[in-house]
Structures are given as C-alpha cells and as structure tokens.
Ligand binder design. Sequence first.
Ligand SMILES: *Cc1c(COP(=O)(O)O)cnc(C)c1O
Length: 406
Amino acid sequence: MTTPTAQDPDRAFYTSRGLTPVINVSGTMTALGASIAGKPVRDATAEIMAHFVNMHQLQARASRTIAMATGAEAGCMTASASAGITLSVAACMTGVDPARAEALPKRPGEKNEVVIQLGHMCGYGAPVSQAIELAGATVCPVGQSTLVMDHQLEGALTEKTAAAVYVVSHHVVHYGQMPLEPFVRICAARGVPVIVDAASEYDLRGFLAAGADMAVYSGHKFLGGPTSGIIAGRRDLVRAAYLQNIGIGRGMKIGKESIAGAIAALEAWQTRDHAGIRAGERAALDLWHSTLTGFDGVDPKIVPDPTGNPLDRLQVEIDARRLGASAATLARVLAERNPAIVVRNHEVELGYFQLDPCNLKLGQAEQVAAALTDVFARAAQWEARPGDFDAARNGGVDGYLNWPAE
Ligand SMILES: *Cc1c(COP(=O)(O)O)cnc(C)c1O
C-alpha cells in the first residue's frame, strides 16, 4: 500500500527480519516493544555486554542514580514494574530476613494481607492483584468499585496487614477513589507501608514526597530505557526488595545490560529537552487535528492525559452513521496497513480512538496524517467486522492464543 520513501528509513530493518513495520501512535505498549531508546541508552547497554561486573556494585550505582532522580533514600532495579510490585510486597512481608524470603510464596507468615482500593484493581496486560499474590500475599480489596471512604480503609488495616498498594494509572477507576494524601495518612497512622504503582508516570518524585514508602516505575515507558523495573523508597524496604533475588525474585532478574541502560535513561531524563519534545508532540497533534477537521461525523479533540502526565493526545470521536465506519473499524483498518498504524483503542466502544504522539520518529507524524486522509476519505467502503469491537477488548489475549500464527 505504502511504498518505501525517504520518510521511511527503517523499512529495511523490518523487511530483512520478516517483521511488519509499525508506527506507534498508541503509547508505550509492551505489545509493541514498549519504547524506543535514545543513543546514550543504546550505547550503555551495548558497552556493558563486553564486561563482567560485580552486580551488587552495579545495583548500588543504580541505587544512587534512582535516589538522585526520585529523592528516595535508595533504589534497586528488577525485570519490570510488575516484578517491582511483587518484590515490594514481598519486602513488606519478609523484611531483611533471608529465611522468610526463601519461604515465599507458600509461607508468607502472619502479616500477609495487602489492601488496595477496589477501583485500583486494574489490569495493565496482567492483573495487578496477581502481581501482589505472586509474592504469597492475600489481596484485601477496600471499598466499592466507584467509592472508597476513609472508614473502609481504616477498617481494612489490621495486625495482618503487610502493605497497601496504590495504583496511579489511566487504567484505574477515575472517580470516587481516595487521593494519595489521605491514603498515606491513614496507612502511616497504623504503620502500614504504602507502595505506589507509578509504572507509567512522569512524576519521579511526587509520590515519595507525598509520603509513600516505595514507588515503582517502568524503565521502558516514558523514560525510554530497556525493559526494566525501578523500585525507589525507604532504604530498609528497598534492601528487603533486593534480597528477594535469593528467592522469588530470581525469575524476575534483571541483567547488567538493562541496569546500565536504565541508569543511562534516568540520567538522560534529567537533561532531556522536555519542552522541545512537548512542542514536537503538539505539532503532530495540530497536524492530525487539521487533517481530520472537515470530515462529516468526525470530531477531533486534543485531550490531556488522565493522570496528569505532561502529555496530550488527539481523541478522534466518530459518529459512525454519518462517517460510514465506526472508531473500532477504522482502528482495525489503520492497524492492517503496511506500515501498521497502531492507535490507542482501549476505549473504542465509547466511539473514539486516540492518537498518542509520544513515540513518533522523524517523518511519522506526516505518514500518519497521510494514512488518516486515505482511510477516512474512504470510510464508507470499510466493512465492519463483527470482531471490530471485541478485538479491542480481547486483543490482549487473542495474540497469545493464535500464536504462532504460521
Ligand atoms: C505498564 C504498567 C505496569 C507494568 O509495567 P511493566 O514494567 O511493563 O511490568 C504496572 N502498572 C501500571 C499502572 C502500568 O501502566
């Protein structure tokens, strides 16, 4: 459909490996390889591959970099943010006790309950509740899905409570949940440590500054590092999380190359031209907005990120009867092109998809605009498939069930 052009310099990379070229306008998605790393990160991962290192020393270096970037007392790195949640929960149950660490997940001890607001029990490709349970903990949901009151949290905290998990994410229910401040205040009054899942958040300091005991980030989302999880927080709890490498953390281990790359990503974050990047993102949004303005039945709107990350997206609201195709069908048609244009489609049943500009390479904003013009101008010709809506819901699993396709 699209022929190679000067704007498409990575095409050879894909074709020589038998992979479909992808333009990612969906966000930092595990299914698309998370993020693309800048040169300092790529150099750091490549360089360390040629050397043996003392891993405790390297993790201590990571700790200093994490402390610098987050304001935490200490930090360590693991395979992913999901692993970081599991190890942080384990840390709160075992403390710095190797025998107790080895006893997980089957014998977590008396203090093994983890409270979490019901509206925070989301999935990010896997259930957050399962990341907690992997440590051997028992999940204690607090409140109802759309309302959590102080007395409900207070009542859930007992002598069996090991930790409280607080999720900051577009995945959680966005009203009726307890803000972090009262959550921390109530937990602190009972001596219960608070673990914040901030996997996808730009704010590296705010959650700890607000009193959280541990905060967990993905190294491979906005930071643009290799696949990795960053645990930041109280020194005793971080040490206890790191200790889990003798037990359940073994299967979640991070390699030297990912630690080196994530350190480089945290350092680059400090000097990154955030304003320049934001301006580039804005230019892409404006281009797509004007591209889609004028199509009957299409209402493009620039919307802020729901958790307050400094990132806007273009929400493309579609009246299917006027345009001739639904948001779900158009998202599928865009994804079936070559290069595949993968939009943010997880709320497509509400009649819109979003375009996320945070992962664009040079020239791709224009390629997306051209594809939008092409696809929307022919909207009435795209036949809806019964799976268009269901695919958006079930896609996260179908890819596994159908694998390997050939
Ligand atoms: C992405 C995400 C995770 C998982 O992060 P990984 O590093 O990919 O394991 C956990 N929680 C939230 C809220 C996320 O967005």
